[in-house]
Design a protein around this ligand. Structure first.
Ligand code: FA5
Length: 345
């Protein structure tokens, strides 16, 4: 019996399947696909043959063609999927991925401890109704001294080793107290309740407790009937919140030309700290602020009538307070930019 045209299709199918099985990677599979299903491929040729067949053979050939086409197509799809899966497995074995490894964290910035303590101070005084008022770091000698009841040649000026600028009469402020004059002149005759934070500069011998630049937070309250009891109450309430109920507050009498009477406030150094004696010169206390009732001459310089209003003022050192809070043994650490220190806060 003569070969039927459908036999050619069967041969084509067998060839196709055999060649497909021989393909080892995806590229070979795609080449196989072009060879059999491309525009000039074997299946196109087999389809073209249909037109040249006698009419009675056409239906059988057509049916067989479709069967072979579907068989080869599905074999190709399955082989392609198999090769893709194998490639994925190979890549996973070659470059193992440990999904349990912790992710890479981004280093987070944080606020400098000096800024952190300033913000704590603001928050505590905000609760007591004090507003933050900012004034300048470069001041006139007049506001830094004269208007604070320290005329030229007054011996009290020796309390502050001053950095003078090359402009006569202009200094780097030695304390935040000149801010009192700015606030009073701006606010008079209304009552005042503000804090004035900022950097101060003194030509000091640098030591573990003293820097040539340091923050202060000045406080000023002016109104009718303000007394020393208000000052003590405010300071004690502040110290309780800043240092907690277990730390002791000591108020001593003192002297400042711009307050009368004047006091200084100490906090006890943590008792279990081995550096306690060295940092407190054997006393167990560290001074955190000077304060007092605003001197009548200063009230007058600010525009107020000392017969009608009184007021209290204080000037505290946040760096000293941080030292006390965390038993930090050297004030110089604050501006050294040593990350081993800064990262602890
Ligand atoms: C004054 O500067 C006054 N102006 C404070 C004041 C304000 C008194 C209002 C009365 C009324 P004194 O020099 O003591 O005072 O400084 C105040 C605080 O600033 C000190 O208690 C201390 O905490 C801090 N301080 C002073 N000098 C330094 C320094 N060199 N380094 C770090 N902190 C300092």
């Amino acid at each position: 019996m003569a070969d039927l045209p459908t036999d050619d299709l069967k041969t084509l199918e067998a060839e196709g399947l055999a060649e497909l099985a021989a393909c080892t990677d995806e590229a070979q599979l795609r080449a196989w696909n072009s060879k059999f299903f491309g525009d000039k491929g074997a299946m196109k040729a087999a389809q073209a043959k249909l037109g040249s067949l006698p009419k009675d053979q056409k239906p059988a050939y057509g049916q067989e063609f479709n069967r072979v086409k579907v068989a080869l197509e599905s074999a190709y799809t399955a082989a392609l999927a198999g090769k893709k899966e194998a490639a994925l497995q190979a890549s996973l074995t070659a470059n193992p991925l440990d999904v349990t490894l912790p992710g890479r964290s981004r280093p987070r910035g944080r606020l400098h401890p000096a800024t952190q303590i300033l913000r704590q101070v603001y928050a505590i005084f905000a609760d007591m109704g004090f507003q933050v008022y900012r004034t300048r770091e470069v001041e006139t000698e007049e506001r830094n001294f004269d208007l604070l009841n320290m005329p030229a040649h007054h011996p009290a000026r020796d309390m502050w080793d001053t950095f003078f600028t090359t402009t006569p009469g202009v200094v780097l402020r030695t304390h935040t107290s000149p801010g009192q004059i700015h606030v009073m002149r701006e606010t008079c005759p209304k009552p005042v309740r503000v804090i004035l934070p900022g950097m101060c500069y003194r030509n000091e011998a640098i030591s573990t407790r003293s820097e040539i630049q340091f923050h202060q937070v000045e406080g000023l309250a002016i109104g009718e009937g303000i007394t020393m009891a208000d000052l003590k109450g405010t300071i004690t309430a502040f110290a309780r919140r800043m240092f907690g109920p277990d730390r002791q507050v000591r108020i001593r009498s003192s002297y400042f030309p711009f307050t009368e009477p004047s006091i200084e406030v100490d906090i006890d150094w943590p008792k279990d700290d081995p550096n306690r004696d060295r940092l407190t010169k054997g006393t167990g206390w560290l001074e955190i602020m000077g304060a007092g009732m605003v001197h009548p001459s200063v009230l007058r310089a600010g525009g107020y009538d000392p017969d009608r209003v009184t007021g209290f003022a204080f000037g505290m050192g946040p760096q000293r307070m941080l030292m006390l809070k965390h038993a930090i043994d050297d004030i110089r650490l604050f501006w050294q930019n040593d990350l081993r220190f800064l990262r602890q806060f």
